[in-house]
Design a protein around this ligand. Structure first.
Ligand code: SAH
Length: 213
């Protein structure tokens, strides 16, 4: 499933991401282990190792590798942490989190993607917990989470997710509308207080409400 040619192309891609400013070696190494071509739509397989977002099912996108690296670096994941991911999509980012040793809970609102990502990650022997639902609700039964990563653009920090973040935990999300989004990193300092920092402009599909049968 993963050939020498794929490995070679992947190494070059990782090198280009490093050149773009990602310095966390653990993140780069984790990404170097994930065969992105397995997560791509068949029509775009030849572009798997170019640093761009591509269409996947249900009108969604697999994030640009640089963006995956950037969000993952900001998230500061340590081994065994409990991580909630909103927007499973292709499952590519899920695999990167698993490679870092996280225990991943991931929510997707598009059934086709929810099923597809489970199949791909299962075939690759990755173990995550998959949920079909609305990420705005989070997973109160499994809270608190050490880290929360949102991979679709939210108009503001979702309140219910803030409540499910452990004190001392970190949430990373693109905040904004379809005209522009800023990457936000939120640290929950106490039950009541959090600190937010901004990390440049990105472009994501929107975080939508409800689930889509
Ligand atoms: N990390 C994914 C990104 C996919 S794009 C990847 O690299 O493949 C963002 C995903 O968020 C889409 O699949 C979209 O369906 C999903 N999404 C949007 N709103 C959501 C919500 N409220 N709950 C769960 N998933 C949502």
């Amino acid at each position: 499933m993963d050939s020498y040619r794929h490995k070679g192309l992947r190494k070059k891609l990782i090198e280009s991401i490093r050149q773009k400013g990602i310095r966390n070696e653990e993140v780069l190494e984790a990404m170097n282990r994930v065969p992105r071509h397995v997560f791509m739509d068949s029509g775009f397989i030849n572009f798997s190792y170019t640093d761009k977002a591509f269409p996947i099912a249900a009108g969604q996108t697999i994030s640009q590798p640089y963006t995956v690296a950037f969000q993952t670096e900001l998230l500061d994941v340590q081994k065994h942490m409990k991580v909630l991911e909103i927007g499973t999509g292709s499952g590519y980012q899920t695999a990167v989190l698993l490679e870092l040793g996280a225990r991943v809970y991931t929510i997707e609102r598009q059934r086709e993607l929810f099923l597809g990502a489970q199949k791909i990650l299962g075939d690759l022997n990755y173990k995550a917990r998959f949920f079909f639902g609305d990420g705005y609700e989070g997973l109160p039964a499994f809270a608190p989470f050490d880290r929360i990563l949102i991979t679709a653009a939210a108009p503001e920090i979702p309140q219910k997710l803030m409540e499910q973040l452990a004190v001392g935990g970190i949430m990373v999300l693109p905040e904004g509308d379809r005209f522009g989004q800023k990457m936000i990193r939120v640290v929950r300092d106490t039950e009541e207080e959090h600190t937010r920092t901004e990390h440049g402009y990105f472009s994501f599909v929107p975080l939508l409400r409800g689930k889509n049968q």
